[in-house]
Write a protein that binds this ligand. Structure first.
Ligand code: SAM
Length: 285
C-alpha cells in the first residue's frame, strides 16, 4: 500500500533544522510527485516529529481549549457519556481535556510516534497517564476492546482516508465499538467552501495568531494539499482528501447512524461557506 513512498524514499526534504528533534524521522517524504500521493497509509509518514513538535510548541493548549470552549464536553455530558474512545489522539490535546473533565478515556491512534508524544504530553499537562492503544481505524475492533459511550475523531483527522472503502470501513468500526445509544463526534475542515470557491479564493488559515499558516497549495476533487509554514521558515505538507459535508453525513447514515447534527464552527446555524470547520454529531439510536 505504500507504493508511492517506497520507490522514492529520501527525496523530499524541505524542512529546516533537521537535527532539532534528535530522531531520524524528521523528513516528510512525498516523493517526486507529491500530487500523486493519495493513499490512506501515507498518514504515518506525514506526521513526522519535526512537524508535530513545532505544532505543539506553537499552538498553546490553553488557547486552543479557550477557542473550543466546552462544545465537545457539553455534547458528551448532555448524553450522559462516561467512557470515551479518542480514535485520533494525535499529540493528546483532546484526550487530556477529556480526562480532566472526568471521562474515562482511551486514546488510540495509528501512529506510534504520535502516541508516544501524547503520553509525554499527558504527564506534562497535569500528570495524567494516558491509556494509549496503537490502532488503525480500519481494524479498530481487532486492537481496541470494550464498548464506549462515545467516540471522538477530531482535528480534521478523517480526511486522511483516501478511499470510500476505507471511510466506510472506519465508520463501521466506530459504529461497532459504540454502545447501543452511543455517539460519534467527528470534525472536518469545510472543504465545500474550498472546492466551490476555487483556487483564486483559497485563503490562508492562521493558527496561534500569525505563527503558523496553512495554505491549500493544490485542490482538486481527490486531493487537498496544504502547506504549513512556521516562524523559522520551515515548511511541512499534508495531503488530505477533501471531504464534502453532505457526503460524510450520507456515509454516516449509510453505516447506520440514525441522527446526524452538523455544526459550523460550533454553531447550530451558519452560512454554508463561512465556517472553517464542520462538526458532525452522529447518534446511533
Ligand atoms: N485530534 C488531534 C488534534 O486535534 O490535535 C490530532 C489530529 S491529527 C490532525 C490526525 C491524527 O489521526 C494523527 O495522529 C494520525 O496519526 C491519525 N490517523 C490518521 N489516519 C489514521 C488511521 N487510518 N487510523 C488511525 N489513526 C489515523
Amino acid at each position: 500500500a505504500r507504493e508511492n513512498s517506497a520507490a522514492v524514499r529520501g527525496t523530499d526534504s524541505v524542512n529546516a533544522d533537521p537535527e532539532s528533534s534528535g530522531t531520524s524521522d524528521v523528513h516528510q517524504d512525498f516523493g517526486e510527485n507529491p500530487l500523486e500521493v493519495r493513499t490512506t497509509d501515507h498518514y504515518t509518514e506525514e506526521y513526522v516529529t519535526g512537524f508535530v513538535d513545532k505544532w505543539d510548541d506553537l499552538i498553546d493548549w490553553k488557547k486552543r481549549a479557550e477557542s473550543e470552549g466546552n462544545f465537545f464536553v457539553d455534547q458528551l455530558k448532555e448524553r450522559g457519556v462516561r467512557k470515551v474512545l479518542d480514535v485520533a489522539t494525535g499529540t493528546g490535546f483532546h484526550s487530556v481535556r477529556l480526562i480532566e473533565e472526568g471521562f474515562e478515556t482511551v486514546s488510540a491512534d495509528g501512529s506510534p510516534e504520535m502516541l508516544a508524544k501524547a503520553f509525554e504530553n499527558g504527564v506534562k499537562h497535569g500528570g495524567h497517564i494516558l491509556r494509549v492503544v496503537n490502532a488503525d481505524w480500519r481494524w479498530l475492533n481487532r486492537d481496541v476492546h470494550g464498548e464506549y459511550d462515545a467516540i471522538v475523531c477530531l482535528g480534521n483527522s478523517f480526511t486522511h482516508l483516501f478511499s470510500e472503502r476505507d471511510r466506510r470501513k472506519a465508520l463501521a468500526e466506530f459504529y461497532a465499538m459504540l454502545k447501543h445509544d452511543g455517539v460519534l463526534i467527528l470534525d472536518q475542515r469545510n472543504y465545500d467552501a474550498i472546492l466551490d470557491e476555487g483556487f483564486s479564493s483559497k485563503h490562508t488559515y492562521y493558527y496561534a495568531g500569525d505563527d503558523v499558516s496553512a495554505v491549500p497549495e493544490h485542490v482538486d476533487d481527490g486531493l487537498a494539499r496544504f502547506k504549513y509554514t512556521f516562524p523559522d521558515g520551515s515548511e511541512y505538507y499534508l495531503n488530505m482528501y477533501p471531504l464534502r459535508k453532505n457526503y460524510v453525513r450520507r456515509l454516516m447514515r449509510e453505516v447506520g447512524f440514525q441522527r446526524i447534527e452538523t455544526y459550523g464552527d460550533f454553531q447550530e446555524t451558519y452560512k454554508e461557506n463561512e465556517p472553517d470547520f464542520f462538526i458532525h454529531v452522529a447518534e446511533k439510536r
